[in-house]
Write a protein that binds this ligand. Sequence first.
Ligand code: PEP
Ligand code: MG
Length: 326
Amino acid sequence: EKKELEQYIGKPSVTRDGVQVEIVANIGKPEDAEKVLQYDGEGVGLFRTEFLFMDRTSMPTEEEQFEAYKKVAIAMNGKPVIIRTLDIGGDKEIPYMGLEKDENPFLGYRAIRFCLDRKEDIYKPQLRALLRASAFGNIRIMVPLVTCIEEYREARGLVEELKAELDEAGIAYKKDIQVGIMVETAAASLIADIFAREVDFFSIGTNDLTQYTMSVDRGNKKVSYLYSTFNPAVLRSIRHIIACGREAGIMVVMCGEAASDPMMIPLLLAFGLNEFSMSASAILRARKMVTEYSVQELQAVADKAMSFATTAEVEQYMKEFVESGT
Ligand code: PEP
Ligand code: MG
């Protein structure tokens, strides 16, 4: 299979009927960029910056972060690199941050909520490091776990404020740097039309979107039977987010696990997803799948999939569709 997939290196990710999408990678460390290039990823769709903060006893300085972000930007050589600002709390703990344990960590003090509360010591240094690194490549900033427009405006406002400071100091950065959001809460999905008017791009985080749509802790085995991206509610949410993004003319990426699921890819193509972000090793297989489909022909498949009432029926139908190879 490896040899067969290697022939997709250097090929565009384009469907039989000429719809071009991008297949990019999720990474956790700057060094991972090598693997992305090896598998011919068209960029980085998600750099989880938490990993820079983990396994150490103090926060990485602005300088250390700058070096890490710059390294990825340079390695990717002009290809887009979406870097997500610190997404801690929930399942990701960092002892030295002095975070108390919330009673409901996934519904608590985390990600953008935490960062906006710690602007001076945590968020601004990270944003400044990102801006400075953006002078060395095609960096885009992504804000996690947004639930309301005020959070985005506040984060965006900080970016603009820091840009002005850099201008003043004569420090280079990408003037038109994009600032987008993860759409991974039920609230953000429901008002995706409103977000689409202000944000530069959407990235659908299906790992959390499924959790927050189904009210199911993503790590709890006892209720994991409810946790499926093929649940009709989750699928409707995904379809809605993509439709809102497309209507506003902004790019829609998916960086949750579903983006590389062979049974999900046909549906995402039919919904009009622009960019699929996944682990580097999954890229070529996904590209092969994309080249075998026609978006137009997939419309009927998506319509049928969306007509079912249960997760089991959707999964069964998509399994049969994928296995039939048509
Ligand atoms: C997601 O929620 O789908 C996602 C990509 O982010 P993480 O898994 O890091 O929460
Ligand atoms: Mg998430």
